[in-house]
Design a protein around this ligand. Structure first.
Ligand code: MLT
Length: 313
């Protein structure tokens, strides 16, 4: 009895190694067109994706042998879970392999905004020199707000505490004990928005978090706040960013994620603004994180395939 898995989205090579060590055939075909994927999916017992492949109900209809889908990462928003569940296909993710990398990227973006690093670097690279324009602000003594004090939010809190920031958080699922251990004060969302100098979000995109920052609630924000989103595109209303900046509600904004990736032309225009720091969804893009999530997902999927006593194809 042998299983076959399809590894997509440039998942780290350790993924294939783990499957092979466990006697599971792992195919790494490189980039497939939708048509090629639809043609091939029927052969596989498992598939591993990152964010590059959308697993739709149509694709699942062709996946006659599929038993498990593994997301080498956290977000499973690119997988139609109800359709997978209806078909009896297990969906797994790796909730903690990316934590440190994403937290570090968030801290990097906070410092990039505070010290104008991306614009200053671009200026020097173009042969320029402007010390006045790129005068920055210390983060020491400033307030950082964290929406979502889960794994990533907690790691951001630890790191920015060391920089001397006062850290506040909103998280209806967290406890005062957990917050206290981290040196964080839990507050209500409106209090957070109205009192912090920097705000970072670490939540999934849900009906509740979609458009959390928009012109509609701009009056709730502390004037001149700096914002970071390394979580999911859409938590900040993208089309409102120019107005939020131009009216001074927001001083700077750092984005690693977008509602569409790569972003639409309209959003690209917004990203050209000097007050916007943008990176192309790099939160989890470190060698360490990619290795961890690849290894974890392969182990979990191999366990599931073996323990469930599925009949191999
Ligand atoms: C995740 O959900 O794991 C991150 O956004 C990283 C990624 O998409 O690779």
């Amino acid at each position: 009895m042998s299983f076959k898995v399809l590894l997509l989205d440039n998942v780290d090579p350790v993924c294939a190694e783990v499957f092979q060590q466990r006697g599971i055939q792992a195919d790494v075909p490189g980039k497939l067109t939708d048509e090629e994927l639809f043609d091939r999916i029927g052969e596989y017992d498992g598939m591993v994706v990152r964010s590059g492949t959308t697993v739709t109900e149509e694709l699942l209809k062709k996946a006659d042998n599929l038993k498990v889908i593994g997301r080498a990462g956290v977000g499973v928003d690119n997988i139609d879970i109800p359709a997978a569940t209806a078909k009896g296909v297990l969906v797994m993710n790796t909730p903690d392999g990316n934590t440190i990398s994403t937290a570090e990227h968030t801290c990097g973006l906070i410092l990039s905004m505070a010290r104008n690093i991306p614009n200053a670097v671009a200026k020097v690279k173009s042969g320029g020199w402007d010390r006045k324009k790129y005068m920055g602000t210390e983060v020491h003594g400033k307030k950082l707000g964290i929406v979502g004090l889960g794994k990533i939010g907690s790691e951001v809190a630890k790191r920015m505490n060391v920089f001397g920031m006062e850290v506040l958080a909103f998280d209806p699922f967290s406890t005062h004990e957990h917050a206290q251990d981290l040196g964080v004060k839990l507050v209500e969302l409106d209090e957070l928005l109205g009192s912090v100098d920097f705000l970072t979000v670490h939540t999934p995109l849900t009906e509740k978090t979609k458009g959390m920052i928009s012109m509609e609630n701009a009056d709730k924000l502390k004037k001149g706040i700096r914002l970071v989103n390394c979580a999911r595109g859409g938590i900040f209303e993208e089309k409102d960013i120019p107005e939020l900046l131009d009216k001074g509600y927001v001083a700077d904004i750092a984005l690693d994620v977008y509602s569409e990736e790569p972003p639409s032309e309209e959003v690209y225009e917004i990203l050209k603004d000097e007050r916007v720091v943008s990176t192309p969804h790099l939160g989890a893009s470190t060698e360490e994180a990619q290795e961890k999530v690849a290894q974890q997902i392969a182990d979990q999927m191999a366990d599931a395939l073996e323990n469930k006593n599925y009949k191999g194809s």
